[in-house]
Design a protein around this ligand. Structure first.
Ligand code: ZN
Length: 245
């Protein structure tokens, strides 16, 4: 299954970082799911890689992050050391915020960011709160999106960004069984797992009624996104970010 709607969601910045964003755009916040396009990293990290932990040149990553910051209105970012856990870190200022896989804030003036390559980024917008979640299979199984959303009031909107989808994500029978046992048969087809569908179920359990899924698959679109599953460990990381407008 080819992923869809790339053209509809694409935003190109002149000479800079390119991202996709929900359509229609969410009110009161900006959501940026950055692609791999518009940076300076060479192969196999071409070109907008944001991670210094994958073998790319630190100078290239610094320039890429600078281009991303320009696109985000020169906002600085807050980030965490992602550990595929269930910790939701509340932050009040930009910069390094410790270990965790979700950030939440009441503050404006800076962005919350996670780095992904197949794992699913989820932006959440609540009552005076915003959050970004890194949801790989471990975090999804542990319910990290619901955990983040549950502290954000009753009117939460969720935006599921580009990640690996059912079409490209064959897992072990044991893992498929764990997911179908936890979220229902619909989240797997044989041994093919839909992380976005599991995340949707998880958010629904937390009472989130407005859930938007961009429908973009990182595995299908390695021209646009990094995919650990399709490209192996020597690939880059995409940045996903949210901020109050
Ligand atoms: Zn796919």
């Amino acid at each position: 299954m080819q992923s869809v709607l790339w053209e509809e969601h694409a935003v190109s910045e002149a000479g800079g970082a390119t991202y996709v964003t929900p359509v229609p755009r969410p009110e009161g916040v900006s959501v940026w799911f950055f692609t791999r396009k518009g940076g300076i990293s060479g192969p196999p990290y071409d070109s907008l890689n944001v991670s210094t932990l994958v073998g790319d040149s630190p100078e290239a990553v610094t320039e890429n992050l600078s281009r991303i910051q320009t696109v985000m209105g020169e906002r600085p970012s807050a980030w965490v050391r992602q550990v595929a856990g269930v910790s939701v870190v509340e932050v009040e200022r930009p910069g390094f915020a410790g270990e965790g896989d979700a950030l939440v804030t009441r503050e404006g003036g800076f962005a919350l960011a996670v780095a992904v390559a197949d794992c699913v980024p989820v932006a959440l917008v609540g009552e005076g709160l915003t959050s970004i979640v890194h949801s790989g299979w471990r975090g999804t199984l542990s319910g990290i999106s619901a955990k983040a959303a549950s502290g954000m009031g009753t009117e939460v909107r969720a935006y599921i960004g580009p990640g690996i989808r059912r079409c490209c994500y064959e897992v072990s029978q044991e893992l498929a069984d764990r997911f179908s046992g936890r979220f229902g048969e619909e989240v797997v087809s044989g041994r093919y797992l839909s992380l976005p569908e599991a995340i949707r179920r998880n958010l629904e359990e937390a009472g989130v009624e407005e859930i938007h899924d961009l429908g973009l698959c990182t595995g299908c679109r390695t021209d646009l996104f990094y995919s650990h599953r399709k490209e192996g460990p020597r690939t880059g990381r995409n940045l996903a970010a949210v901020a109050f407008t």
